[in-house]
Structures are given as structure tokens and as C-alpha cells.
Design a protein around this ligand. Structure first.
Ligand SMILES: Cc1ncc(COP(=O)(O)O)c(C=O)c1O
Length: 431
């Protein structure tokens, strides 16, 4: 098996001396998949990465979600070049952020107004603060294994990188913060209902991803989101959908309304910045009136709505609106899903694949994955081996069994075929 190349190893040696663990986000580490060094990348182009040793990979990481058009889409690059030439940021209102806000408000059902942030973490954090301001209550109900960024309260039983590296309950989160967060198993409407009956009068919001992306892909079971909304609203709490991954990933817009529920507030990020840092929160007009300088809920950001991110986001949304690549992306993801499932059968690998549109997760194990407990039951060692083998074949998967494979608009049928050939070799070696 080919391990990381000499240049990657040399760069990573330098990295770990000056950056804790050598990475600027724990999810980038290879600790959960057989150890460091990770691959150090040099450039991205469409569906491909090239590392510092000159090796090419088919990329299914998609930057953890934002790169729905693949790397360096010419229209996004042109928009960013133009914006950079005009001055990267001004700290004043600017046309691009206003146009992007209009685009979101006109596209997303229930988004009457929107406020930009710089990250998804801030988007969720601010939406929660707003829900607390609006309701005058403090408790947040969320779901085990979901990842909503790294603000203090969201690191109670968190998923994604936090669960991958074993810090879903992070050190440094004050007990007072933990007391105001209730984490429940996903896809359990009865428990949610009972909880809301017991403590609903203290609950500011129920916060969920309408399709979970951070314990691997876990879709909501039939009627679950409706039950969530009913339980929240009966208690006078708001529903916040964290659509940082899902918005513009599965369709041109948010996914909540398509699944039958328009939330009171949304948190957005990733794709809306076209690969540059961006986040946003927004929703009901009456609730958004609480945001400063109109209302008393303070939230701010030096780089929020900056021209570079706004132009990159607008260019990305333009391409998505014009090309509507969603059916084609889903078709390719379906080919990947059925191909991997057939190979697993042929080579005696017990796996479960959860897929939503163009995103899927391969769990090693035969149990249905519907919540964090069942996601955790998947075999971590087998995934780690699969990850290393696929990497050696030039297929870049997220280095965690709790992440998704994202098919982008840049992937082709030939990429899927190459991926399945690599999968065949990997399963043969694992058999
Ligand atoms: C669903 C969800 N919410 C929030 C975040 C946090 O976004 P950011 O990393 O931009 O702070 C993430 C990041 O992966 C996410 O997947």
C-alpha cells in the first residue's frame, strides 16, 4: 500500500511543530483512520486534488461540503479575482452581500430576512442567541451526534470531527453552559415529545439538521420533522434547522421545506460561500427584528458578508441555478451506492449505505443507521482500513466514518467507474 508521499510527510513534520496535531481542524487529521501523516494537498481542479508529491486523487471530501461545483470552477475563480482586485473587504455595506441576501430570501421558503456571519459555527451560535432573545428562555434541545460548529454549548455530545477524535464532550465547556443544552437521540419522536412536555416551558429552540450529515448521512424517518415542529411549537419554542451542509446540496434552496417543514430560523454556511468562508442565519421576519441594530440581540462580524465570499457565493448559486446539476449528481451518487453495495456483497463485506441525494456514507456493519448509537456501532477499524486502501488507489474520502462522501457537479461517470474499480481492489484486500 502506498502511504503518504515524502513531501507530504516533510510538510506535516513542519506542521506538527507549530500547529497542535499539525491540523487547523481536528477533522482533517488522519488519527481516526490509521494515523498520520495526512496527505498535504497542493491544488484542486474540478473533481480532483493533487498533493504536494504530485499524486492525483478523486475528491469526495468537497472541502467538507462547500465545493458543490468541484474545485476552482472558472466562474467562481473569475468572480473572486474581480472582487479581490476591487479590494477584498471594506467594512461597509456592499452590493454583493445585498444581492446574495436577496437571492437567499427569494429562494428559501420561510427566510424573510438573513444576516451573514463568517462561519457556520457563528451562524448556529447566533440563531440560538436569537431564539433565546425572542423566547426569553435558555434551554436548547439538540440531537446526539449532530455537529453544529464549535461554540461552547454545541460541544455537548457533538458529532463530526468532535466524535471522530473522541471529544464530543469537549474540555473547557463550563458546567453552566452544559446545563442549558439537552441532547436527545435523533429519530425518536416519542422521547422528544415527552421531553418537551416536561421541560418545554424552558426551551428556546429545538435545533436539528433536517438530514443529518455529521454522524454520517442519517435521513429523518417519515413524520419525524413534523413531530419535531409540533412538539417545539406546542411548547412555544422555535425550530432552527441547521442547513449548513444541506442547503443547495440536494436542491436549489433549503431541504427542510421539501421534507415538509419550514423552520422558524435557518443556519446556513458552506455552499453559500462558494468555497470561501461564509455563514448566515435568517428566517421569520418578526424574529429577525430582534437582531441588532434593530433589536437588542447583538451579533456582529468584521468579515461577515465580505465581498470575496459574497461574490464566490453568488457565482456558485448562479451556476447551480442555471445548470441544475442535482439530478445528475444524484444519479452518479446512486451509481456509487449500488456499485459499492454490489462489491461488498461479492467480497463478503457487511456494510450499510445511507444516501441522501448526492451525499452518502458507507458504514461497516449490517445494522440500520438511524441515530448516533447505531452510527457508532459501525466498525471503526474496517473503515480505517478501507480509507487507507482507497487513498492508496487515489480516492480521497473524508478521514472519518462519521462524514459523508459528496458527489459534486464536477464528477463524471468515468470518476465513478474509477472509484468503483478502486473499491473492488480495496474490498479484495480486506476480504
Ligand atoms: C451542520 C453543520 N453546522 C455547522 C457547522 C460549522 O460550520 P463551520 O465549520 O463553517 O464553522 C458545520 C461544519 O461542518 C456543519 O456541518
Amino acid at each position: 500500500m502506498q502511504e503518504s508521499g515524502a513531501q507530504s510527510a516533510a510538510w506535516f513534520d513542519r506542521a506538527r511543530k507549530v500547529i497542535p496535531g499539525g491540523v487547523n481542524s481536528p477533522a482533517r487529521s488522519f488519527r481516526a483512520v490509521g494515523g498520520d501523516p495526512p496527505v498535504v494537498m497542493a491544488r484542486g481542479d474540478g473533481a480532483y486534488f493533487t498533493d504536494v508529491d504530485g499524486r492525483r486523487y478523486i475528491d469526495y471530501l468537497a472541502g467538507f461540503g462547500p465545493l458543490v461545483l468541484g474545485h476552482a470552477h472558472p466562474r467562481v475563480v473569475a468572480a473572486v479575482r474581480q472582487a479581490a482586485g476591487d479590494g477584498a473587504m471594506w467594512g461597509t455595506p456592499a452590493p454583493a452581500e445585498i444581492e446574495l441576501a436577496e437571492r437567499l430570501v427569494h429562494t428559501i421558503e420561510g427566510m424573510d430576512q438573513v444576516r451573514f456571519t463568517t462561519t457556520g459555527t457563528e451562524a448556529v451560535m447566533s440563531a440560538i442567541r436569537l431564539a433565546r432573545a425572542y423566547t426569553g428562555r435558555s434551554v436548547v434541545v439538540k440531537f446526539e451526534g449532530a455537529y453544529h460548529g464549535h461554540s461552547d454549548g454545541m460541544l455537548v455530545k457533538a458529532g463530526s470531527g468532535a466524535s471522530t477524535v473522541g471529544t464530543q464532550d469537549s474540555l473547557g465547556v463550563p458546567a453552566g453552559v452544559v446545563r442549558d443544552v439537552v441532547s436527545l437521540p435523533y429519530n425518536d419522536p416519542d422521547l422528544l415529545k415527552r421531553t418537551m412536555q416536561e421541560i418545554g416551558d424552558q426551551v428556546a429552540c429545538v435545533l436539528a439538521e433536517p438530514i443529518v450529515g455529521n454522524m454520517g448521512i442519517v435521513p429523518p424517518e417519515s413524520g419525524y420533522l413534523e413531530a419535531m415542529q409540533e412538539a417545539a411549537h406546542q411548547a412555544g419554542a422555535l425550530v432552527i434547522f441547521d442547513e449548513v451542509i444541506t442547503a443547495f446540496r440536494f436542491r436549489y434552496g433549503a431541504i427542510g421545506p421539501n421534507l415538509g417543514v419550514v423552520p422558524d430560523l435557518y443556519a446556513l454556511g458552506k455552499i453559500i460561500g462558494g468555497g470561501l468562508p461564509a455563514g448566515a442565519y435568517g428566517g421569520r421576519y418578526d424574529v429577525m427584528q430582534y437582531v441588532s441594530p434593530l433589536g437588542g440581540m447583538f451579533q456582529a462580524g468584521t468579515f461577515a458578508g465580505n465581498p470575496l465570499s459574497s461574490h464566490a457565493g453568488l457565482a456558485t448559486l448562479d451556476v447551480l441555478a442555471e445548470e441544475q446539476p442535482y439530478a445528475r449528481m444524484e444519479q452518479l451518487a446512486t451509481e456509487l451506492e449500488t456499485g459499492i453495495a454490489a462489491l461488498a456483497q461479492d467480497y463478503g463485506q457487511a456494510i450499510t449505505i445511507n444516501r441522501a441525494g448526492s451525499a452518502l456514507t458507507v458504514f461497516f456493519g449490517s445494522q440500520t443507521v438511524r441515530d448516533y448509537t447505531t452510527a457508532q456501532a459501525a466498525d471503526a477499524n474496517k473503515f480505517a482500513r478501507f480509507h487507507r486502501l482507497m487513498l492508496a488507489e487515489g480516492i480521497y474520502l473524508a478521514p472519518s466514518r462519521f462524514e459523508a462522501l459528496f458527489v459534486s457537479a464536477a464528477h463524471t461517470a468515468a470518476d465513478i467507474a474509477e472509484t468503483l474499480a478502486a473499491c473492488k481492489k480495496s474490498f479484495m484486500q480486506m476480504a
